[in-house]
Design a protein around this ligand. Structure first.
Ligand SMILES: NC(=O)c1ccc[n+]([C@@H]2O[C@H](COP(=O)([O-])OP(=O)(O)OC[C@H]3O[C@@H](n4cnc5c(N)ncnc54)[C@H](OP(=O)(O)O)[C@@H]3O)[C@@H](O)[C@H]2O)c1
Length: 320
């Protein structure tokens, strides 16, 4: 089967299409013939090696989410999965392939009416956004700021905060055109990457969902209202300055909170229940994953170049 591997960590030119043996599912796993593969910001981070290579070596197969049909089941897996259309999380590897394997706990059946392409635009990101807002104890009537909103996690967070009754949903993005697209999804105020925006934007926010991290993170701690909650879900721009905690403590008397949220610590059953519910909503048009572009599997390097150049809005999807 065809697979895309990191031949060399760094630029997108380091990605290579290779032939690999079709994997056999281990006990508790299924094999999936892929019809769609999500290309995520986490794949780009891993490929760049910005935060290290997580112990992976050259030859590592990229990709973490796929949709397709179950074609083989390992020992201990109910045979009723065979032939079903599913979405699956494959971990930090094994997604950019024609035949993927995944633990059955990380597999969700797809409802009729939801394409594989739509499923991988929403499957990981919608759940991250859900649990980030939950971690932030977001409540109706509160003001929310989504930083790095033009990616698939941010797009989900904007929609969930909007329909959850936020009184304002501000976003950071790098251009008015991207801001206009975020407004269509529910954003009420569009800020630039440093948090500057229109004069009618809220001065403070009850909740900040931050996908960007990096040197500018402290600027957004300063935007928290008293009792405000800041939840970091991504580090696209790298780690914040080492003394960012001092900035947080400077707001001690405002009772501010800072948390990180990783899906790794969310119980599998809780993730899967939310994911299945979101897929059902997406099948009825109540929640959207935004697909930037659909490319063939050997377009993976092109997809990564698009991310590196900041051209992607939502998700790029590979279709083998
Ligand atoms: N917490 C979890 O469990 C979990 C799970 C999966 C992934 N993640 C993390 O989530 C991140 C990827 O999320 P994603 O795929 O939604 O994002 P993404 O598509 O990689 O990026 C989202 C947006 O962030 C903006 N951005 C890029 N560089 C920036 C910078 N230096 N400063 C400010 N904004 C910047 C860009 O929009 P503009 O150009 O419009 O500003 C970009 O479109 C990764 O860090 C990944 O590790 C976390």
């Amino acid at each position: 089967m065809k697979a895309v591997v990191i031949k060399e960590f760094g630029t997108a030119d380091g990605l290579e299409v290779v032939d690999l043996p079709v994997p056999d599912p281990a006990p508790g796993q299924v094999r999936i013939t892929t019809e769609a593969i999500g290309v995520g910001g986490v794949d780009a981070m891993l490929r760049r090696g910005t935060l290290g290579t997580f112990g992976f070596e050259p030859g590592h197969v990229l990709g973490s989410e796929v949709a397709g049909r179950v074609t083989a089941a390992g020992d201990g897996v109910d045979a009723s999965w065979l032939g079903r259309r599913v979405w699956a999380f494959t971990g930090l590897s094994g997604g950019y392939v024609e035949q993927a394997v995944a633990d059955i706990d990380e597999v969700v059946a797809l409802p009729d009416g939801l394409s594989g392409v739509e499923a991988v635009a929403l499957g990981s990101s919608g759940v991250v956004a859900h649990f980030a807002l939950e971690r932030a104890r977001f409540a109706p009537g509160e003001t929310v700021l989504v930083r790095g909103a033009a990616g698939s996690i941010g797009i989900s967070a904007v929609q969930l905060a909007t329909r959850g009754g936020a009184s304002a949903v501000a976003v950071t993005t790098s251009s008015p055109e991207r801001g206009a697209r975020l407004r269509e999804l529910g954003a009420t105020h569009v800020l630039d990457r440093s948090g500057e925006g229109p004069h009618d934007a809220p001065v403070g926010y009850d909740v900040v969902i931050d996908i960007a991290g990096g040197a500018q993170l402290p600027l957004f701690l300063d935007k928290l209202n008293p009792n405000g909650r800041f939840v970091a879900v991504g580090l696209i721009a790298g780690l914040p300055p080492a003394d960012f905690g001092a900035r947080l403590l400077a707001g001690f008397r405002s009772s501010l909170s800072f948390a990180t949220l990783s899906l790794d610590t969310v119980p599998v059953a809780a993730k899967q229940a939310v994911r299945a519910a979101q897929f059902a909503e997406a099948a009825h048009g109540k929640l959207r994953g935004v697909v930037h572009e659909v490319l063939p599997l050997d377009g993976a390097a092109q997809a990564h170049r698009g991310m590196d150049e900041g051209r992607v809005f939502g998700r790029v999807v590979l279709v083998p």
